[in-house]
Ligand binder design. Structure first.
Ligand SMILES: Cc1cc2nc3c(=O)[nH]c(=O)nc-3n(C[C@H](O)[C@H](O)[C@H](O)COP(=O)(O)OP(=O)(O)OC[C@H]3O[C@@H](n4cnc5c(N)ncnc54)[C@H](O)[C@@H]3O)c2cc1C
Length: 403
């Protein structure tokens, strides 16, 4: 047992950056606790001294949700599979476990997550805290896996993540408490065939809606410079279309879901992503494409990604209450992104878009509240759990409270 007296915060003068390098901050203290007791002591000390606490996973977010001038808490020592039940399909994992390690450990005990995003190096807690998602019309985001667990609250006590706060906890960006262990709803492990098809926008876009209905996971990448496109599909072996009109199969690989759903990314980029109602997806994308072709084609380094996410009921989920299409703009981190992202954001907002919490956007509480029917309910729970705002940096306060 570590008491507050034994423990003092670790001073820091090094700068911390996010993965893309577009965000950097210099917290006065950096902590990497190895136990819930240590985490409780950190929160109590910070609260007593009026310092703000911000937890960090793998810092793959490119919004200011990871930044603080005060106390940064890394989850790197809170990892691993703690408990599981293969028959009842759940597992309890250390919140800092990365999705790749978690996928391997779960596979060994016959379990798997229902989906993954483009990469799998994020922590489980980072993915759940920002509603990270993959693609698939019938597949919800990763936050929906959360069915319980434990957290350290603003008073430095450990609390269960109970049913009463689950809808707020999914996608809460570290504002309800520091999650230490996550109980996740899972599937029996399953195999998938990953296939990638090269095509052109003119050939493929008219088919995308229909293809997305017939495939487990489908997403589309559009490359503005060449105006070519890639379709990525993952289906149970033997399922999914064998041919796509006007497209050439360039890659096929079968494996366990945790081996084939994600890819490794070496090219670093910044990203803006908005989630629109599914019906608005095609028209919004065509407007995005037109604007990029007319104004940004010379400066856009990389690609635009089109994906599907099924509706859920987490209060701050970007797919709350509606099936969703997401459109992401990827810009190499060596190139300017401001003018490009700002110009495109106006289009996303006209289509009722909600910004990804972990990517670039310019919104704050005033603009966000009307987009989320359960915003007030989230705020009530947050204020009850953290009345003094220990987990509210200035940015988080502007984002969620408007001040
Ligand atoms: C190359 C790349 C690919 C990506 N692909 C996708 C994709 O396919 N789909 C998608 O939706 N997103 C994607 N993202 C975004 C990414 O999944 C999210 O930003 C995710 O939150 C990053 O996880 P992380 O472990 O790096 O967490 P961080 O970015 O470090 O933190 C994310 C949030 O989790 C909170 N947090 C951390 N630890 C705790 C804790 N113990 N308790 C409570 N809160 C905590 C942080 O405070 C922060 O609010 C991608 C990002 C990159 C850079």
């Amino acid at each position: 047992m570590i008491t507050d007296r034994q423990r003092s915060l670790h001073p820091n003068d090094a700068e911390i950056s996010n993965w893309s390098g577009s965000i950097s901050f210099r917290p006065s203290y950096v902590e990497a606790p190895r136990s819930e007791e240590a985490m409780c002591a950190i929160v109590r000390q910070a609260a007593r001294r009026g310092l703000k606490v911000r937890p960090m996973g793998r810092r793959h977010s490119s919004s200011l949700i990871i930044a603080t001038d005060d106390v940064a808490v890394s989850m790197e020592n809170m990892c691993g599979l703690i408990n599981h039940d293969t028959e009842e399909r759940w597992a309890l994992v250390g919140a800092g476990t990365d999705l790749d390690d978690m996928g391997r450990a779960l596979n060994e005990v016959g379990l798997a997550v229902h989906n993954l995003g483009d990469i799998n190096v994020q922590t489980a807690v980072g993915a759940i805290s920002t509603c990270t998602h993959g693609s698939g019309r019938r597949l919800t985001n990763l936050a929906t896996m959360l069915i319980g667990g434990r957290m350290v609250t603003a008073d430095g006590e450990v609390q269960e993540i109970g049913r009463d706060i689950l809808h707020a906890a999914r996608g809460s960006m570290g504002t309800l408490g520091l999650f230490t262990a996550l109980k996740l709803r899972l599937l029996p492990r399953y195999r998938l065939r990953r296939r990638e098809w090269c095509t052109t926008m003119d050939e493929c876009f008219g088919q995308v809606e229909e293809l997305s209905r017939g495939s487990r996971n489908l997403d589309m990448y559009w490359y503005p410079r060449s105006d070519r496109a890639k379709l990525r599909m993952l289906d149970p072996p033997g399922e999914g279309p064998e041919r796509i009109r006007g497209a050439k199969l360039v890659m096929a690989r079968e494996g366990w879901s945790n081996e084939v759903l994600s890819r490794k990314r070496t090219l670093r980029f910044d990203e803006m992503e908005y989630a629109m109602p599914i019906e608005a997806g095609p028209e919004c994308f065509l407007e995005v494409r037109k604007r990029v072709m007319e104004h940004h084609r010379r400066t856009v380094g990389w690609r635009v990604l089109y994906r599907y996410v099924a509706s859920d009921d987490a209060y701050l989920s970007t797919a709350h209450g509606r099936d969703t299409v997401t459109i992401s703009l990827h810009q190499n981190n060596t190139l300017p992104y401001d003018a490009y992202f700002n110009d495109m954001e106006e289009i996303f907002l006209r289509y009722g878009g909600r910004p990804h919490w972990g990517k670039k956007h310019s919104l704050s509480a005033e603009e966000l509240e009307p987009l989320y029917p359960k915003w007030a309910e989230f705020r009530r729970i947050r204020r009850k759990l953290d009345p003094e705002g220990v987990f509210l940096t200035d940015y988080m306060s502007r984002l969620l409270e408007g001040r």
